[in-house]
Write a protein that binds this ligand. Structure first.
Ligand SMILES: *Cc1c(COP(=O)(O)O)cnc(C)c1O
Length: 347
């Protein structure tokens, strides 16, 4: 079949920067090795692009949330290196784990019993030390269902690693205590921000996500982490408004004088959410092109007064600096990445 022409927008993923970030986080993990959180399609940047780069940089352990995310990752790495954070919530998922070789993260006594009943074998175990999302309670460490498990990675997750919170030390102490009571091969506590908390938090394996993709959850990482994602969109059409004409749904912008505007090929379906509209701008060669009116599903309109030379087909830079405080007034860096739409990723 004839290949479809490319869309008028593109996500540029700097795989060299991604590999650099993994190596830097691995080095910052000291004697521990860094794995990689690759859930949510590598935080929106695309498993197809990111997982091979992480693998080639040396990463050996990959974390996804859902069983449905395993296959795409396992095209590039051995399935035994893929850990599924939600664990086996039913028998079909146990069967899928056995069929693929992906490793479940057990989160409850019930999941432990289900995994053992399905045949058992190597698994990981999540212990909740305070975030109260998933995981067994430390008091359940001695339960027979847990004793029956063959545990590779014993893990817990920090709730406030991006803050200077007393909770970090409390969770560290709780994790150390429980690790002494459950047989396991490797221990793992730190996410991206946790790596910056120092060697005490690293154990055997760290689990960075955000910082791999260019996010800086703590100032200590700012000098090390390189930006990975950038977004560009093309002008589809230019037009001149006369005074009194309005732009977009609900006519929320009205021109007070004649002005040249451009309709640009990016919208909320691509992850450019509506709260990023009014007050924000796209850019061209350092020139700021304010957004006019509401963000549509597939389009946004910008003021071309500062760039009279631009024509349909010219590419604009869409601000996607996930560490920029101004952009974070609308979305957290995690959201800025994970809301990037499938169309923008080119899948
Ligand atoms: C998402 C996730 C990570 C990665 O966290 P970041 O803050 O993105 O580094 C690590 N561990 C678990 C259990 C997660 O769910």
């Amino acid at each position: 079949m004839t290949e479809a022409p490319p869309p008028q927008l593109r996500l540029v993923v700097d795989t060299a920067a991604l590999a650099h970030n993994w190596r830097a986080l691995d080095a910052l993990s000291g004697t521990a090795r860094a794995g990689a959180a690759v859930k949510a399609d590598c935080y929106g940047l695309g498993v197809e692009t990111c997982v091979p780069a992480l693998r080639d940089a040396g990463c050996e352990t990959f974390f996804v949330a859902h069983w449905s995310e395993v296959a795409a990752v396992a095209r590039h790495v051995s399935p035994g290196r893929v850990a599924v954070l939600h664990g086996p919530t039913n028998d079909a998922e146990c069967a899928y784990a056995r069929a693929t070789g992906a490793v479940p993260v057990i989160n409850s006594r019930e999941q432990a019993a289900r995994w053992t009943a399905s045949g058992g074998g190597i698994c990981h175990l999540m212990v909740d030390t305070g975030i109260n999302r998933l995981g067994i309670a430390p008091e359940e460490a001695g339960a027979p269902e847990i004793a029956a498990l063959d545990i590779d990675i014993l893990m817990s997750h920090l709730a406030s690693a991006d803050d200077d919170s007393a909770m970090n030390a409390a969770q560290l102490a709780a994790f150390r205590a429980v690790a002494g009571r459950i047989a396991h091969r490797r221990a793992s506590l730190a996410n991206s921000a946790g790596i910056a908390l120092g060697a005490d938090y690293a154990f055997d394996l760290t689990r960075p996500g955000l910082a791999l993709y260019g996010g800086v959850p703590r100032g200590e990482l700012a000098a090390t982490i390189r930006p990975v994602a950038s977004v560009e969109a093309a002008i589809l059409q230019c037009r001149t408004l006369s005074a009194g004409q309005s732009v977009g749904y609900n006519a929320t912008f009205t021109a007070s004088a004649p002005m040249r505007v451009g309709t640009v090929s990016i919208g909320y379906a691509d992850g450019f959410l509506r709260q990023r509209g009014t007050g924000n701008a796209l850019h061209h060669g350092g020139r700021r092109l304010p957004i006019l009116g509401k963000v549509s599903m597939d389009m946004v309109v910008v003021d071309l007064s500062a760039a009279p030379d631009l024509l349909a087909g010219d590419w604009l830079t869409v601000p996607w600096d996930i560490n920029d405080a101004a952009q974070q007034s609308a979305l957290s860096p995690y959201e800025l990445l994970t809301v990037i739409g499938a169309r923008l990723r080119g899948c």
